[in-house]
Design a protein around this ligand. Structure first.
Ligand code: SAH
Length: 358
């Protein structure tokens, strides 16, 4: 059981060193332990630690707080979807995408989400709780271990915070996770290989710009104006599109990184050529790229993707208006690749409630 135990994955190296010294261990022990933890190893596998210390670890501490409960692999493109179990029994999900340029892992940052976007399955039950930095890091460790067993020599190369949850609504844990992922003594991830996707919590975007982590900011825009955006995304009531775009402009200035706008095309709502024109006008002079994504249908809400012709016409129109845009490749179409879908199905199977307020 995990009660009262200290969670070691998620501690910074310095914090781990303090804890290890407190256990009357020599300083170099922390380095050994940290190395093992970042490999996702269990205490029993840490063979160069003295048996007595391993006993202390078993009794007092926890290593990876995340484990893969289920894994589904796409027959179409090799994409793998993980259902992870947390220590308290909550379930979260993640996706491992195998691109030519490397492996990209999509992480969750909360159990559920409270942002209420009309098209998103993650938010249907509200937000249950924030994930800790260790639970975010733990997802990467699980995926790396899974890769070492199934594709020796491969590792997670890129990390996208695009799973369930709003990362900027769980700011401190997300930042601690990012700093851990960048730590040279651990995963040694490059900031350029990290994308953070947000529905646009404006004050947090300004704050993120000051952190000195040049990651890619992905902004879920999904509309060319406030009227349409408000129908899809309740956050529009707190921050207008102008405020969001101003914050993005600041992010570009401060970090030198272009911003990626996510734009899910929804039939009869935001996929007209006049919407493309309006979007292009709003994004002029902003260093950005638009990812156009045909919506993953949400039949319960009668929200559907437009036909392929409309998608292509939208893309062509953006190109004509000198806006860099591509259609995002849909991965894992046969395995419920979209946010929140697998967790929802698993919870239904297990007889856990999947609707109603939290
Ligand atoms: N909360 C963050 C990250 C999680 S969602 C955010 O809002 O960006 C990851 C991306 O998937 C977001 O761009 C989100 O808008 C998009 N998304 C959610 N449901 C979708 C659906 N049914 N079809 C297409 N994209 C969807």
């Amino acid at each position: 059981m995990s009660e009262g135990k200290i969670q070691l994955v998620g501690l910074s190296f310095e914090e781990l060193e303090q804890w290890t010294l407190g256990q009357k261990q020599p300083r170099f022990r922390a380095k050994q332990l940290y190395g093992w933890l970042m490999k996702g190893a269990a205490f029993s596998e840490m063979t160069n630690l003295p048996a007595a210390f391993r006993e202390v670890l078993e009794r007092e501490a926890l290593a990876n707080p995340v484990r893969i409960e289920r894994c589904v692999k796409s027959k179409l493109d090799g994409t793998e979807k993980f259902l992870y179990a947390l220590e308290d029994g909550n379930l979260i999900e993640g996706v491992l995408m195998r691109y030519h340029h490397g492996n990209t892992l999509c992480l969750s940052t909360q159990v559920g989400c409270k942002m209420g976007c009309a098209f998103c399955a993650s938010t249907l039950n509200g937000c249950v709780r924030n994930l800790t930095s260790g639970e975010m890091l733990g997802q990467v460790l699980c995926a790396n271990r899974h890769l070492s067993e199934t594709a020796p020599g491969e590792k997670v190369g890129n990390i996208v915070l695009m799973g369930s949850g709003e990362p900027l609504d769980n700011y401190e844990n997300t930042l601690k996770f990012l700093r851990l992922a960048l730590d040279e003594r651990g995963l040694n991830q490059s900031a350029r290989g990290i994308s953070l996707s947000t529905c646009g919590l404006v004050p947090r975007i300004y704050q993120l710009a000051e952190e000195g982590i040049p990651l890619t900011l992905s902004l879920s825009l999904h509309a060319p104006n406030d009227g349409i955006r408000a129908r899809l995304m309740p956050i529009t009531r707190s921050y207008s599109m102008d405020q969001v775009l101003e914050a993005c402009r600041y992010y570009v200035e401060k970090t030198g990184r272009r911003v990626i706008f996510e734009y899910a095309l929804v039939r009869d709502i935001n996929s007209d050529l006049r919407h493309a024109d309006e979007l292009a006008h709003k994004l002029r002079n902003l260093q950005c790229h638009v990812n156009v994504i045909p919506l993953n249908d949400v039949p319960e809400r009668n929200l559907r993707a437009p036909d392929t012709h409309t998608v292509q016409a939208f893309l062509n129109r953006l190109a004509l208006r000198h806006i860099s845009a591509t259609r995002r490749r849909e991965m894992g179409d046969d395995i419920q690749g979209a946010c929140g879908q697998l967790r929802r199905h698993a919870m239904e199977e297990m007889g856990k409630p999947t609707s109603g307020e939290e």
